[in-house]
Design a protein around this ligand. Structure first.
Ligand code: DAH
Length: 350
């Protein structure tokens, strides 16, 4: 066998042993089989030798050429396999046979009652609106018939921003925007306004078991032609019966709020004693739950709705209060405590 060929074969074998990655392998391929590669060079030089020599040498070079090509291909596969193995081995150990540990979270009791109320109102055709927590004085007071220096503002001291805006002290602050948003459909197409808007409210308040500076309400309004107090009572009764899972008796007492006329305090019969009288209801058999009333004509006017033609009711349900009653939570401060131990006990039992 031609000495040059056996030299080349030895050299190739030695180099192949030391190849570490695909780039080095490619360099080798070019060095042997490329246009200027050493095997190609032998083939090119064959013109200079005798016919007989060329025949034997030609055969040997071709054998070497095929051998080199096959071994390069095999090495390429081997390197790819090694790379994959290394990748697999370098990932952290995962034991896929261990069952997943699913620690289910739970909803906050206020979220639970909010959703229950939302579902009931949605089923009665109300839309659920979202509203900002920072509002203007106009939205929170003026548009609700509470002018500057009105004594009703005393009850709703809140937190003010330097630009004069404030953290809303009640969800009624969204009423004006809702009337403006849906008033056109009411007037032009006769579609009644039926909306609820739950939200976080703030008051500058000294805290105790019954008072918090941050709490939740859910406001609701319905405006159409011929809306009366009986509509208000019907919707409130239906909603409360669903939330408490029993038929709820309600009663209305007169209450003053500048944005409704007439205004009421809505009481429900005490769920603890069933109306007999107990310490929770101060032995009256009734619990105060939801102020409400017929929307004041000035409030409708501020929202662009003609009070001569349309009437409506509004209510401001205390969601925090409702959650406390439904789940017998004695101290309002627990709700903002962030204590998972206390807050994770409640489940949606519906
Ligand atoms: N916004 C009142 C408050 O937080 C509650 C209220 C009373 C809302 C009467 C109403 C209503 O919609 O009709 O004190």
């Amino acid at each position: 066998m031609n000495e040059k060929i056996s030299e080349l074969r030895k050299q190739f074998e030695a180099e192949l042993q030391n190849v570490k990655d695909a780039a080095e392998l490619e360099n080798m391929r070019v060095g042997y089989l490329g246009k200027k590669g050493s095997i190609t060079a032998i083939l090119k030089d064959m013109g200079k030798i005798s016919d007989e020599e060329r025949r034997t040498l030609g055969q040997e070079v071709n054998v070497l050429k095929n051998e080199v090509a096959d071994k390069l291909a095999a090495k390429k596969e081997e390197l790819a396999r090694l790379e994959l193995e290394e990748e697999i081995n370098s990932t952290p150990d995962i034991d896929i046979s261990i069952p997943p540990v699913l620690e289910r979270g739970s909803y906050h009791p206020i979220t639970l009652v909010q959703r229950q109320c939302e579902n009931v109102f949605k089923s009665m055709g109300f839309t659920v609106e979202d509203y900002s927590e920072v509002v203007t004085d106009y939205e929170c007071f003026e548009a609700l018939n509470i002018p500057k220096y009105h004594p009703a503002r005393d009850m709703q001291d809140t937190y003010y921003l330097e630009n004069g805006q404030l953290l809303k002290s009640h969800t009624s602050a969204a009423q004006n925007a809702i009337y403006k948003k849906y008033g056109k459909d009411l007037i032009e197409k006769g579609v009644p306004i039926k909306a609820i808007f739950p939200g976080r409210c703030f008051r500058n308040e000294a805290t105790d078991a019954c008072h918090e500076n941050t709490f939740f309400q859910m406001e609701g309004v319905m405006v159409d032609k011929n809306i009366s107090i009986s509509n208000l009572i019907y919707f409130m009764k239906t909603m409360l019966s669903e939330v408490f899972n029993r038929d709820i008796k309600v009663r209305l007492r007169p209450g003053f709020f500048p944005f409704v006329e007439p205004g009421f305090e809505l009481d429900i019969n005490c769920e603890i004693c069933g109306g007999e009288g107990c310490p929770s209801c101060k032995h009256s058999g009734w619990l105060e739950l939801c102020p409400c009333g017929m929307i004041h004509p000035e409030v409708l006017k501020a929202g662009g709705i003609d009070p001569e033609e349309y009437t409506g009711f509004a209510f401001g349900l205390g969601l925090t209060r409702l959650a406390m009653m439904k789940y017998s939570i004695k101290d309002i401060r627990d709700l903002n405590s962030g204590s998972l131990d206390s807050m994770s006990q409640f489940t949606d039992d519906e």
